[in-house]
Design a protein around this ligand. Structure first.
Ligand code: S6P
Ligand code: ZN
Length: 158
């Protein structure tokens, strides 16, 4: 798709127009949780609606609220294979963005802010609210994703 200066797409259409949809359930990311044992159910954790925009792609993340043994639902988390920056924008809900480099940075997501994830740093979203967390992500289509990183910081419901 070529990008036109007069293009205007609203978020609801972004979902309908998406070219790919990724669904992650608990069983797809068991190892991400501290205590995955004894969980017999397989809840939906999040859905990503991806849309191609030429050089870049958008991923509209819709994360369910919930916990696994008190640990909040989160994305699997990754870093990019190529050092390409990414942008995250909160649409609705309450959550955190974890950015892991040598040091870990934690952002409580706020509306009207743009969060820039630098180069190859690890990144993960955590839904700490009791509603869906919706976040728009914008990244270079060629960035690639690597899932071998271990995240050091965890978030539990008190
Ligand atoms: C892609 C971007 C997001 C994630 C999405 C799901 O670079 O960071 O669209 O893919 O949040 O997370 P994950 O860790 O399962 O890819
Ligand atoms: Zn990414």
């Amino acid at each position: 798709m070529s990008i036109r200066l007069d293009s205007e797409i609203d978020f609801e259409n972004l979902k309908e127009l998406c070219s790919k949809k990724n669904i992650r359930k608990f069983n797809d990311m068991k190892d991400s949780y501290k205590n995955p044992e004894k969980i017999k159910t397989n809840p939906l954790i999040y859905t990503v609606y991806r849309k191609d925009f030429g050089d870049f792609e958008t991923g509209l993340n819709v994360m369910e609220p919930g916990t696994i043994n008190k640990e909040f639902f989160m994305t699997k988390g990754h870093n990019h294979e190529k050092a390409k920056d990414e942008i995250y924008i909160l649409i609705s809900g309450k959550g955190k963005l974890l950015i892991q480099e040598k040091k870990t940075k934690i952002f409580n997501l706020k509306k009207n802010k743009v969060y820039v994830i630098p180069g190859k740093s690890g990144h993960r979203l955590i839904n700490t609210g009791n509603k869906k967390l919706v976040v728009l992500t914008i990244y270079n289509k060629d960035a690639g994703r690597s899932y071998s990183l271990r995240f050091k910081k965890r978030f539990f419901k008190e």
